[in-house]
Design a protein. Structure first.
Length: 286
């Protein structure tokens, strides 16, 4: 218990100290002219990576956890990556930090636009140039089919910065944390994975596939009967975490196919929004 409290206190202090200058630089980007904005972005990334390195040092100082990182030797901070990883626990995030920080560009997640209003964290994510996506529900698009594909256009504009600086985007294919109950309910054909959801990866590739160089196939393993919780990690009850990284090529035809398909359906629905909406409504009544 004491170990957990001390570790949590040190992690919190690190966050409170560094979030100030990080957000300040982010705000300065609003008034920075031209390419000087890129310099500010680099400064923000430096603070984020320093925050992550200090967190790594805190875990090394306070806990006995051994981080077994495999396959990180070929990573490059000037290469843009799409990371696909399994997801079992909140410990997965510190595991990715241990494996990727200052070996690859600081990683980002696609976030719902509403999360920008989360106190402090929303500002930090914005300063870090996390891509905020505007997603419309199926019910909303049924009433406003002319907006089909608009969420992708908004996200593409948000990703324009990545043409000038490398990025690592993380996507959890399972869509949620693995539990045995979810596994059984899905009747998943995989022993240690839920059924993958391809929509998130398709969205990332359609929005910024031409800006990504490599795919990182990441597997996080917790030796033992079950995945530990974050409090277990803070208390030093996690003896070992294995992170295996396999770097793979992103097939150009995959990006081209997804992009063409997305643009095709967007044009169809914008050109004939009424008939598109009618087809969707009639299809839902069958």
């Amino acid at each position: 218990m004491l170990t957990g409290l001390v570790t949590a206190l040190l992690l919190s202090l690190n966050t409170l100290i560094l979030i100030g200058p990080l957000v300040l630089l982010g705000l300065l980007k609003l008034i920075a002219p031209g390419r000087s904005r890129d310099v500010m972005s680099a400064g923000v990334m430096w603070f984020a990576e320093t925050w992550a390195e200090i967190n790594k040092a805190i875990f090394a100082l306070c806990t006995p956890t051994r981080w077994d990182i495999r396959g990180a030797e070929a990573l490059d901070t000037q290469t843009s990556y799409l990371v696909m990883s399994n997801h079992q626990s909140w410990v997965d995030i510190p595991a990715l930090i241990q494996a990727l920080n200052r070996r690859a560009p600081f990683f980002k997640f696609f976030l719902k636009k509403e999360l920008i209003w989360v106190p402090l964290l929303g500002l930090a994510w914005w300063a870090l140039d996390y891509p905020f996506m505007k997603r419309y529900s199926k019910a909303f698009l049924a009433k406003h089919p002319q907006l089909r594909g608009k969420d992708l256009e908004i996200t593409r504009k948000a990703c324009e910065l990545y043409k000038r600086q490398p990025v690592t985007v993380v996507n959890y294919l399972e869509g949620t944390r693995f539990t045995q109950a979810k596994h059984d309910a899905q009747a998943s054909p995989f022993r240690n994975l839920l059924k993958p959801k391809a929509g998130g990866v398709a969205f990332v590739l359609a929005a910024m596939g031409d800006k990504l160089d490599r795919l990182l196939d990441v597997t996080v393993v917790y030796p033992g009967k079950q995945a530990p919780g974050f409090w277990d990690l803070l208390c030093g009850r996690v003896s070992q975490v294995i992170v295996d990284i396999q770097s793979r090529e992103i097939a150009p035809e995959l990006i081209t196919g997804i992009t063409r398909m997305t643009r095709f359906f967007a044009r169809r629905c914008r050109a004939g929004s009424t008939s598109c909406g009618e087809r969707r409504m009639s299809g839902s009544n069958n």
